[in-house]
Ligand binder design. Structure first.
Ligand SMILES: *[C@@H]1O[C@H](CO)[C@@H](O)[C@H](O)[C@H]1NC(C)=O
Ligand SMILES: *[C@@H]1O[C@H](CO)[C@@H](O)[C@H](O)[C@H]1NC(C)=O
Length: 424
């Protein structure tokens, strides 16, 4: 009997050690939620419509609050909740990590505060407020960038409340630096803008550019901060790939035709001084690349087809690698993909040829990482991921007694350890 116990104990310890060894470099779970605002109302003052009275008779709807994007800056996590259902108090929220002890169901607070997030009575337009935000980016100059689509995707009552607009916030003062309305000559509706990527060098904060994909119209909008102007690129490579529109997530099959979805800025070429901008459509397994000097050039953008051959097809990433967001890590030179069709974070080291064989997986979890919706890398080099089970939310029903939304992190050099993306 005792002997058996000993064997079992040793076996258990070996198993535990083995598990720790194997998962040590995977992503670390930071927070998880069953639903947003699922704790008591006092813990979620901003996530209940109780304290500040609502003007438009929308009741707080926990199930409708699906978090989509995450970015980090000095102990604060910015989490977005696009308005795809009524009853969302804040579309842009923040978690102060220093005052958040529990991993489970931490509370969110509207950013910069609740009033900016509040919808007006009768949904009246208001340039001081934000309507719906999908994803944010923090730049090296301590600024938060995002697009307010201005669009309520309420299934029974979709409406464009106001023009889509690009916002830039100073994260040290929490004040708005810039608001730029995306003109109608760029796009008619705000629907279809899933995120933003910022191109800026540390010593030249004023000379910043924002790259804004539009998966619906399959265009790319570029904003120059110094110019305070916007221009547009159209290209066949911004479209989806018809053969790769079939998705299979958590047992649910569906077909999407989302075009250009995410851009990531690679290492600077010391000869040309250009940086490659990697981009892909959601319904696709290919990566496209274009020099950032092309995107920054408004004259070129307005020239029509002159830039056509500057967009290059890098190659396929491999089967089932459809990806929402991706992010480039400057230190390791690795591109990380949020792979929605296989519940994984994928990787490719940019020092290697772009082939499926040179693509790896740093984390895969068919239960806890269903639908990684965003991946960003902060100014300290930490990678952040959010997973939200979106297809279940859309096509089936989330089990609200389970943890459904998760935020993860890992240092890129640890994440790639032991994978093909590690270089010796
Ligand atoms: C922008 O593109 C135009 C047209 O190709 C070219 O003449 C010009 O030199 C480019 N400007 C810069 C700054 O590269
Ligand atoms: C990579 O893994 C090896 C073996 O587990 C370990 O010794 C090393 O410290 C790890 N490196 C990093 C950067 O985590």
């Amino acid at each position: 009997m005792n002997h058996h116990y000993l064997v079992l104990s040793v076996l258990a310890i070996v198993l535990i050690l083995f598990t720790v060894q194997c998962t040590a470099d995977e992503l670390e779970l930071v927070y998880q939620w069953t639903q947003l605002g699922s704790e008591s109302e006092t813990d979620h003052r901003d996530f209940s419509f109780g304290s500040p009275p609502t003007d438009n008779s929308e009741q707080f709807n926990a199930y409708g609050n699906l978090p989509m994007g995450v970015s980090h800056h000095k102990g604060r996590l910015f989490v977005t909740v696009p308005r795809r259902r009524p009853g969302i108090p804040s579309t842009l929220a923040v978690i102060d990590m220093r005052s958040t002890q529990s991993k489970n169901n931490p509370s969110l607070t509207g950013y910069p505060h609740y009033m900016v997030n509040r919808l007006n009575p009768e949904f009246a337009a208001d340039s001081r407020r934000i309507v719906s935000v999908y994803r944010t980016k923090v730049d090296i100059c301590d600024r938060l960038w995002f697009v307010d689509t201005g669009y309520l995707e309420y299934p029974d009552n979709p409406r464009q409340v106001q023009r889509p607009s690009l916002w830039v916030m100073n994260l040290n003062t929490n004040r708005r630096i810039q608001r730029f309305e995306i003109p109608e000559e760029m796009v008619e509706f705000g629907y279809g803008i899933p995120g933003i990527t910022v191109d800026v060098e540390p010593d030249r904060c004023e000379d910043a550019y924002a790259y804004i994909p539009d998966y619906q119209w399959r265009n790319l909008y570029v904003y120059g901060l110094a110019q305070n102007r916007m221009w547009r690129f159209s290209h066949n490579f911004l479209s989806f790939e018809p053969r790769f529109g079939r998705f299979n997530v958590a047992g649910l099959q569906f077909v999407w035709n989302d075009g250009v979805f995410s851009l990531a800025i690679g290492r600077r070429d010391e000869t040309s001084k250009d940086r490659p901008v990697y981009l892909h459509a959601m319904a696709s397994i290919s990566e496209i690349v274009v020099p950032n000097s092309v995107l920054k050039n408004e004259t070129l953008a307005r020239s029509g087809e002159d830039y056509n051959e500057r967009f290059r097809h890098l190659g396929p990433r491999g089967p089932n690698t459809q990806s929402s967001g991706h992010a480039f890590d400057e230190k390791t030179g690795v591109l990380f993909y949020a792979e929605v069709n296989r519940n994984a974070i994928g990787c490719w080291n940019s020092a290697t040829e772009f082939h499926p064989e040179n693509h790896g997986i740093v984390h895969l979890d068919n239960k806890e990482m269903i639908y990684p919706a965003d991946v960003t890398i902060d100014n300290e080099g930490m990678m952040w991921v959010i997973s939200n089970r979106l297809p279940i939310w859309i096509y089936s029903r989330l089990d609200v007694t389970e943890y459904n939304y998760r935020i993860w992190r890992q240092m890129p050099e640890k994440a790639i350890n032991g994978t093909i993306c590690m270089r010796n």
